[in-house]
Design a protein around this ligand. Structure first.
Ligand code: PLP
Length: 402
């Protein structure tokens, strides 16, 4: 018996594949600072806990496949708050996290064997989700020296083939922390318009941008360039995992001005029945009451980023770029194989019975060999822990060199 091609091809997530080693280290009494996974340690707003305490004894039904009315209403207000006109309930479908939104978007625009362009390094699960859909990602390289901003038009256009169906971006970016400018977004939209491609815009980190690198939604830029909603080529994929610090709630959504896209998404939604109805009630409540949370979280992460950078500057022989948004940075290390180093951190290294967990970066690239000497750090811990984690990284690199 043989499994499918996609079952053979799908890689283990580099973010999660060292989890067993971490558990084994913890069993030996080692404390681990987890910088591998993008899960903020911040409590969600109080209204979330109040909701749980008051929750009545009741049957938990399926919810509406498109999304509950109250949730869709709040989404409409939320998206209009970003200056996006014409957003109505009909333009959304609720999803189980941003991950489902990404999978559906890929499946809605590309057939098996088709291609989607991504900028490398990219969020590693894009590759796994594309493999699940039978779609090939075509990487275009971006560089640390340029803070991973987009290459010139010619570099992008060169990679478009007859099979290309879309360009997929994360803005703000995981793993690079890059926030694209409105000029860059304009360039992508114009390329998509000319070559009849979709732009899949993942804006899961929309509230994390720093130092005047203002996040701007691709939709806002598109409104200036394409007036007719039916011709819109953008699918927005979004999530409340990071913005409300509710990764485990599993709630997100897709939005498009183009209703043909949303009709297809709605049928995908019917096939998987519904997103979490309780989750939707919670997010609707938080969107109505707790949008101030977004400002607080941005401030907290700006300060964490600054601490991270200050501490990284003390470590010799590494390089990194200043993250403009999200809560990640890629670090080039003086090691040949960063996966070996990440494993060693968990199996053979400790400083006062403590170590760190990082993500080896090769999985954020498709071009063979790239990222082999890089790791991704998610600066999701409070400041004192972050400082200690960077102290451990410095000591570990010195010990590894020996
Ligand atoms: C860029 C990006 N998009 C989407 C997701 C998926 O988020 P979720 O499925 O938790 O909403 C993540 C998770 O880390 C991410 O980094």
């Amino acid at each position: 018996m043989k499994l499918s091609k996609r079952a053979e091809l799908i890689p283990a997530s580099p973010i999660r594949k060292l989890a067993d080693l971490a558990v084994a280290a913890e069993k030996k009494g080692i404390k681990i600072y987890r910088l591998n996974i993008g899960q903020p340690d911040i409590l969600p707003p109080d209204s979330f806990f109040k909701f749980l305490h008051k929750f009545p004894k009741q049957v938990i039904p399926y919810s509406h496949s498109r999304g509950e009315l109250n949730f869709l209403n709040q989404l409409k207000i939320y998206i209009r708050g970003f200056g996006i006109k014409n957003a109505g309930k009909k333009n959304f479908v609720a999803t189980n996290g941003g991950s489902e939104a990404i999978l559906w978007s890929i499946m809605a625009v590309a057939n098996p064997g088709d291609e989607i362009i991504v900028f490398e390094p990219f969020y590693t699960n894009y590759n796994s989700l594309a493999i699940m859909a039978g779609v090939k990602l075509i990487p275009i390289r971006t560089y640390i020296e340029n803070s991973f901003h987009l290459p010139k038009r010619e570099e992008i256009v060169k990679k478009i083939s007859k099979k290309t169906k879309a360009i997929l971006i994360a803005n703000p970016n995981n793993p690079t922390g890059t926030v694209y400018t409105s000029k860059e977004l304009e360039l992508l939209i114009k390329i998509c318009q000319k070559h009849q491609l979709f732009l899949l815009s993942d804006e899961a980190y929309r509230y994390y941008s720093y130092d005047g690198h203002c996040f701007i939604s691709s939709l806002k830029v598109e409104e200036k360039l394409i007036k007719n909603d039916a011709k819109s080529l953008i699918i927005l994929m979004d999530s409340f995992s990071k913005n409300f610090s509710l990764c485990g709630l599993r709630l997100g959504f897709v939005f498009s001005r183009n209703l043909e896209i949303i009709q297809a998404m709605y049928k995908f939604a019917q096939a998987r029945l519904s997103a979490s109805g309780i989750g939707q009630q919670i997010i609707a409540l938080l969107l109505a009451k707790d949008q101030k949370f977004f400002k607080q979280i941005n401030k907290t992460f700006l300060s964490r980023r600054n601490i991270l950078i200050t501490e990284l500057k003390k470590i010799p022989d590494i390089s990194f770029s200043m993250p403009e948004g999200a809560f990640y940075t890629l670090i080039k290390l003086p090691v040949k194989d960063s996966e070996k180093f990440c494993r060693w951190l968990l199996t053979d290294f400790q400083d006062k019975k403590e170590t760190i967990m990082l993500t080896p970066a090769a999985g954020f690239y498709l071009t063979p060999g790239l990222g082999k000497d890089e790791v991704r750090v998610a600066y999701v811990l409070e400041e004192a822990k972050l400082k200690r984690a960077m102290e451990i990284l410095g000591k570990a690199l010195a010990a590894y060199k020996k």
